[in-house]
Design a binder for this molecule. Sequence first.
Ligand SMILES: N[C@@H](CCC(=O)N[C@@H](CS)C(=O)NCC(=O)O)C(=O)O
Length: 235
Amino acid sequence: MSSKPNTQKGLYLYDYILSGNCYKVRLFLSFLQLDHELIPIDFFPGFEHKQTEFLELNPLGQIPVLMDDGFVLPDAQAILVYLAAKYDSTEAWYPKDPKLQGRITQWLAFADSITGSCSAARLHDKLGFKLNIEQARKKGHQNLRLLDDHLVENKIVGKDWLVLNRPTIADIACFPYVALAEEGGISLNDYPAARSWINRFKKLPQFIVMPGIPPLHGMKNNEGKFFNQEGLCFS
Ligand SMILES: N[C@@H](CCC(=O)N[C@@H](CS)C(=O)NCC(=O)O)C(=O)O
């Protein structure tokens, strides 16, 4: 690997810029304002994640992998839980409440289903991966329907996010491949609640972008409130 850390100290993320699973970790590191170093992995066309040196870190041959003072942890969802438990003293992102943790974990598992559908379709369209594209898009639409319906139901009871009226790691886990769905030929036209949720994300302090997930297009008024093209205010 190009830049393996030569010290055990510090926080490192084995990363690929176009990966939504890596991006969800980069995003959370930014929200938590944690100093870290990115170690770029040549996912494509190099397939560095399938080479011996990387397989020693994650035998599944998948990115992202986090290294924290020598503690190695693969899997984006596991990493979100770990970072929240270790570094979020406010407990805002992963509250210490059994029911809430159960709910959040439900969405963390669902995020892997989004990876298996929306992300798979994107890998097919963007990088030419061979897979059943119709099946990936169909499953992607099923996942988006479920997520959009859930956001609509939550809105009725005053919640703007998947679990609470503030974002948790459940939202971070699901966000990237929903926001990138159209890169896999999965239109977001039928999912207005998901589109609003994406816009809400883009207004969070310390939000960062990735290729395919641009900043919110809108205008701020004198009070710093956002307006979109329909003139709706997102405060
Ligand atoms: N459950 C894992 C899935 C990670 C994953 O699928 N990563 C992709 C890149 S975004 C990968 O490494 N794919 C290679 C493979 O599955 O062989 C996570 O959430 O981190």
